[in-house]
Design a protein around this ligand. Sequence first.
Ligand code: KDG
Length: 332
Amino acid sequence: MMRMCKKMILVLAAALLLSTPCQAAQTILIKAAHGLTEFSGLHQGFVKFKEVLEATSNGEFAVELYPNQQLGGDRELTEAAQLGNLAVAATTSAPLAGFEKDFFIFDVPFMFANRTEAFAFMDGEPGQFLFKKLEKINLVGLGFWENGFRNLTNSRKAVRTVEDVRGIKLRTMENPIHLALWKTLGANPAPMAFGELFTALQQKHMDGQENPFGQIYDNKFYEVQPFITRSHHVYTPFPIIINNEFWHGLSPAHKEIVQSSMKDATAYQRKLAEELDDKAAANLRRAGREIIELTTEQLDAFRKGASPVAQAIKERVSPEAFKLYSDYVNRK
Ligand code: KDG
């Protein structure tokens, strides 16, 4: 009798287990935020990241995107990622240097002649060193995307020479090296968050600003900035950062899927950003704006005028970071 009961219980238990759908693995939600428009290469990079990650994880991950400063500007997004109120953020390297000083090495004027040099620096030892430094401020670096080569715009005059810059009230990012650069060149610079920039230009509180062509076009700066100079004075990346606890809470398998999706999105975003940069330049011309191309002599004069700033970087960064920078600059 006892044997029969036990057998019945086992059969019942098996039936129950098989009929109960196994607990679906909890979907891991990644909220990602940035400060640019949906038309930007930055946002399209996140769309690709979302697509690849959700597909390759068979829905174990879900990514929600928050563009257009919905969750704040660079400083707020970085703080939110540090505190864990946001999983992933994209901020430009320049404001991030306010959190980790060694990112100042990206702000040295005229450091990269082209994207190949910039990508080699970001993907090589310097980039990995900088990502390592993020760990002490509760962040992990997932990848470097392109913000781009920055160009000068203003509403006062055509800028072709360093003398032309004199006295221009210029908005810079919240970064002392950028301030020092334009002060050294004779402008009258002041830091301002990106979200306040268009109004400041429109109301003439600022005469000028500097950004890649994509931002100049997408954010309609060109409407209030008749003069555009292709200065390429700095190349800024978008370090893609994730909250440390969030990252280390993932399984090794999930980390691998996120890293592989980020790798695909990085390659896609960098290629698209270059295409969009050229497209934005064409759109600016179509909108009736001349893009002033500097001659070699004019560019050399800007490089010479900016050179004291490069020396100032040594006081701002760690000896290890400065060595990485000087090894790069003195490379053969
Ligand atoms: O949030 C947008 C910013 O990350 C980016 O546009 C930074 O280039 C920048 C600027 O000028 O503030």
